[in-house]
Write a protein that binds this ligand. Structure first.
Ligand code: MN
Length: 732
């Protein structure tokens, strides 16, 4: 098989840099280079060169900064995942987890680039910062990638695509390079982008600089020599004095800022003095200020107060005597190390920090964290605003829709949060998700830069179990509301089923319209409410059947009103007594003269389905039919007595029931509950504060009511109180 095109360039590059830097893993770089050359074999650059020439050039730029094997290998592989059929797992298998992670980071940045037209540039910048804050080597590869693309931008045929790339370079990549202190890279990016965007302005300024250089011939070397003489005379040690014309872009920006023509700009030259020690910087400054006239307002001490990107230098501006043009010059004074950091920024830190630690991922270096802090506290006009925003961003995660729209979610958000953010209906119907093209679980956490695609199903419904992992308020609220509605529906269905069953037990065929008389008789607002009341136990299904078909109640066996069934029972206040005598409502099915008691375990009230338990010598104790104390008598069925309430008997409110009120605790809670009770003419006999959690509390109430109908009304009124979440009749 023929070797892939451009392989010779790969081989040449790998052998050259491995020789120059023995720390590098020559074998790994060669494997990465070969693999990339084969992966890109069918592609060509717009200038007709084999595609692999581009990754090699990017790797070359980074090798120039003496970066590590992983970064250079990432540069060689940086377009493989995005532009060929080879996917990340293969990169990981071949080159290890660290390189795979870096390549993945660069791929994510490329994705941001593609959609930058859709969102605002400044916002993009922040996303970019966030996406790279984990490992700045990703950003370095991206910057080198952009630099090579800018160097070869002339070969891109479409003017609008050239323009967009240049704009993006100026708005995003050059400022990023500056933020991490890479002055040289920033200047080159700016110059290339400026030349593309404003070719006329660039040509004019460049021409003018050439003209000035030509006309005054050796003016830069001449001034360099003059500065050296000044330092010598004052006995200041120095390593180097170097002059240069400022970059066309920085001159143009100054022209814009000061609104002057090029002719009006006198300081287009800058000189740099490199000295051995920090203290020499101030000595050199003293000598310069002593020899020349200082331009007011131009002196800056970035040594005692470094720029946020770590830049250190003394800056001053002076007037050179005896010259008409170009009389003002800028002078920068710094040590060799300060110079290195100024030119190479992040990469310089990398060089200085190399050694045994170099093999570790960059995130383990504390200065990477420090650098991220620098990125987050850029000194721009709205610094305060900006830095608080970025502080917040650590609590956020940014993801993309398949169309490239940006979505902001709380940290640790899941695909379900994402789905609800897109639209509540998307959330409801969500059944699965793909992150960066791979199926994930719904509770998996999203990461910065993830592209998320939600899979929905027609008629899909939210799962209350999602509440355990969703992070966004929107998703929580929506799922919770759904869960409550579902619970309510379930309760309604339970109530309906109980009534249907009661109908069947009485030999009746259930029809909803047969319930109409019962709704009226039991004073319900409608069939639905009645279903709920049955489910919650406030009304029994048998009551409903009997209310609908009063004839089913069977022969009336009224008890003679005797002393036993008159008077007011003081239930709940009789202290140790387990049962209380003297019922207020007549009971059918009890032989006259038998003593009646109401069980304290279940507090039966008129309307409840009841049963009597005969106790020799004590009489009959009335329990509700669902009271679980009845289990104790299951071995002696002969003690059960079939009893019922006398129909139509409306006694005074004398039967105690116990209610549990779940409510949001607030200053009005107790008074509105008390009002509701008195409004219904019920009597509160006991009140206890139960479980308390956060804002919520339980109230346990003992209330005297007439019958179940009265109870239902009272419970309804209580439910209407502000802050009340639910009201239940306590069972046992
Ligand atoms: Mn590239």
């Amino acid at each position: 098989m023929a070797p892939p095109p451009g392989l010779d360039a790969v081989l040449e590059f790998c052998s050259r840099i491995s020789e120059a830097d023995p720390r590098l893993d020559a074998d790994l770089l060669l494997r990465a280079g070969r693999f990339a050359a084969e992966a890109h074999a069918k592609q060509a650059r717009q200038n007709g060169e084999p595609y692999i020439i581009h990754p090699v050039a990017v790797a070359e730029i980074l090798a120039g900064y003496r970066l590590d094997t992983e970064t250079i290998a990432t540069a060689l592989l940086h377009d493989v995942v995005e532009d060929t059929d080879h996917k990340l797992p293969e990169i990981e298998r071949r080159f290890g987890a660290e390189i795979a992670r870096l390549v993945d980071g660069v791929t994510k940045l490329s994705r941001i680039e593609v959609q930058s037209e859709r969102t605002k540039q400044a916002e993009n910048l922040r996303k970019l910062l966030l996406a790279v804050s984990e490992d700045l080597r990703v950003l370095l590869v991206k910057l080198a990638d952009r630099l090579h693309n800018m160097r070869t931008i002339a070969f891109v045929t479409k003017p609008e695509s050239r323009n967009r790339t240049a704009r993006e370079t100026l708005d995003i990549y050059a400022p990023l390079a500056e933020r991490i202190g890479m002055e040289q890279l920033k200047t080159e990016l700016e110059t290339l982008a400026f030349r593309e965007l404003k070719p006329d302005a660039w040509a004019t300024i460049a021409q003018r600089l050439t003209y000035l250089r030509g006309r005054s011939e050796d003016i830069i070397p001449e001034i360099e020599q003059e500065l050296r003489d000044t330092l010598d005379v004052n006995g200041v040690p120095y390593e180097e004095v170097q002059g240069r014309a400022k970059s066309p872009y920085s001159i143009w920006r100054k022209m814009q800022a000061k609104n002057v023509a090029f002719e009006g700009l006198s300081d287009v030259m800058a000189f740099r003095i490199i000295v051995p020690e920090r203290a020499h910087c101030y000595l050199a400054l003293g000598a310069i200020h002593d020899a020349y006239k200082v331009i007011a307002g131009r002196f800056k001490d970035y040594i005692s107060t470094p720029k946020t990107n770590g830049y250190q230098s003394l800056h001053t501006g002076v007037l050179l005597p005896g010259r008409r043009d170009e009389a003002k010059i800028e002078v920068q004074i710094r040590t060799r190390e300060m110079h290195h950091i100024a030119e190479y920024g992040f990469a310089a830190h990398w060089i200085y920090k190399q050694g045994p630690q170099a093999a570790q991922p960059a995130r383990s270096f504390p200065w990477v964290r420090a650098l991220v802090d620098i990125l987050e506290t850029e000194d721009e006009a709205n610094e305060a605003l900006e830095s608080t925003k970025l502080e917040l961003h650590r609590e956020l995660v940014f993801c993309f829709t398949p169309k490239g729209d940006l979505i902001e979610l709380p940290r640790d958000a899941t695909p379900v949060d994402f789905a609800y953010h897109v639209h509540s209906q998307v959330g409801d119907a969500c059944v699965g998700a793909k992150v960066n093209g791979r199926i994930v679980r719904l509770h998996d956490k999203l990461e910065n830069g993830d592209q998320v695609e939600i899979i929905t199903a027609k008629g899909g419904q939210p799962n209350p179990a999602w509440l355990k992992f969703v992070k966004s308020g929107k998703a929580q609220a929506r799922i919770r509301r759904f869960a409550q509605a579902e619970e309510k529906q379930k309760q309604r269905d339970e109530g309906r089923t109980a009534i249907v069953k009661a109908f069947r037990m009485n030999g009746l065929e259930f029809q909803e319209k047969l319930l109409e008389p019962a709704v009226k008789a039991l004073r319900q607002s409608g069939v639905e409410e009645m279903y709920h009341q049955v489910a919650s136990g406030s009304i029994s299904a048998r009551d409903v059947v009997h209310a609908a078909f009063p004839e089913l109640r069977g022969p009336q066996r009224p008890v003679e009103p005797t002393a036993l069934v008159s008077g007011r029972a003081r239930l709940g206040r009789s202290g140790s007594a387990k049962q209380t005598a003297v019922p207020a409502a007549p009971i059918t099915g009890v032989v006259a003269g038998m003593q009646l008691h109401f069980a304290q375990c279940c507090h039966p009230i008129p309307g409840d389905r009841i049963v009597g338990i005969v106790t020799t010598g004590k009489g009959v104790t009335i329990h509700t039919q669902d009271c679980h104390m009845l289990e104790n008598f299951s071995a002696t069925p002969e003690r059960f007595l079939d009893v019922d309430w006398e129909q139509g008997a409306l006694g005074p409110a004398t039967h105690v029931v116990r209610l549990t009120v779940q409510a949001v605790n607030g200053p009005q809670l107790l008074s509105s509950v008390a009002n509701a009770i008195s409004k219904q003419k019920a009597v509160l006999t006991n009140l206890r504060l139960g479980r308390r959690e956060d804002e919520e509390c339980d109230l346990n109430l003992d209330v005297e009511v007439r019958d179940t109908r009265h109870l239902a009304e009272l419970m309804g009124t209580l439910r209407a109180c502000e802050g009340v979440i639910r009201v239940d009749r306590a069972k046992n």
